[in-house]
Design a protein around this ligand. Structure first.
Ligand code: NI
Ligand code: MN
Length: 242
């Protein structure tokens, strides 16, 4: 019986694919489900080679209401009849925009989806939607799947609350903002990686605008000093997470 299971579910299926779309936009593919996060692609000149109409999504996860996290969410959700996962206010706002298929959450809550369990976590930031509507409180996501456990912090400062995460979940990867000015910079992101007890970090929210340009080699070296790996992907690049 166990041989049959191994044959039907070889290791390659159990891994996860991460694709970077620039800024803080990315997707995770896990066991055939496509999760798209914070899509901000069409206004981003650096992401001009990404065609949002080719992006597959079963779920679109939105960390907070800012323009640079929601701008392509409606189109991608509608193209794919995807479920939007975010806080209550943002899911309600997309409902008013004509996309009623959503799953509202709020801080500290979790829900078992068909791809895994999602917990909506605290972020220290702000969250207003592009038309001025109140966007609720900003957040991040812990995603526990049968394959890997992932944390996407959203836009946030370093917070003491991050120290709670290892009490809930042993993380395999964390996706952290590192561009400074609007979010954590490199030094605080290294501390965040310590707080969450995670050695494999994917950086986001850097280089898109003048205020958040970073030195890639310096950033990688800062993580390496703490025996951690910082992955910085090219826009459009995919890596296998394992
Ligand atoms: Ni923001
Ligand atoms: Mn942002």
């Amino acid at each position: 019986m166990s041989l049959t299971i191994l044959y039907l579910y070889p290791q390659t299926i159990l891994n996860m694919k991460f694709t970077f779309y620039g800024h803080a936009s990315f997707s995770l593919e896990t066991e055939g489900k496509h999760l798209v996060f914070d899509p901000f692609i069409t206004p981003n000149e650096q992401a001009k080679d990404i065609d949002i109409n080719k992006i597959k999504a079963d779920y679109v996860l939105i960390s907070h209401g800012h323009q640079d996290h929601v701008v392509d969410a409606l189109a991608i959700a509608q193209n794919n009849d995807a479920t939007i996962i975010s806080n209550f206010e943002i899911v309600s706002w997309f409902g008013e925009q004509g996309h009623a298929k959503g799953h509202p959450m709020n801080h500290g809550g979790q829900w078992q989806f068909d791809f895994g369990k999602v917990k909506y976590t605290n972020a220290v930031h702000s969250s207003v939607l592009p038309d001025g509507t109140y966007g609720g409180n900003p957040g991040g996501f812990i995603i526990e799947t049968p394959n890997l456990n992932i944390y996407y912090a959203g836009d946030t400062a370093l917070t003491m609350d991050m120290k709670l995460i290892p009490m809930w979940t042993q993380l395999d990867y964390a996706i952290l903002p590192i561009g400074d000015n609007f979010t954590m910079g490199i030094q605080d992101a290294v501390l965040a990686a310590e707080f969450i007890n995670c050695d494999k970090i994917i950086g986001v929210h850097y280089d898109t605008f003048g205020f958040i340009k970073i030195d890639h080699e310096q950033a990688k070296a800062a993580f390496a000093e703490h025996n951690k790996t910082l992955h910085l992907l090219n826009i459009g690049e995919s890596i296998e997470l394992k």
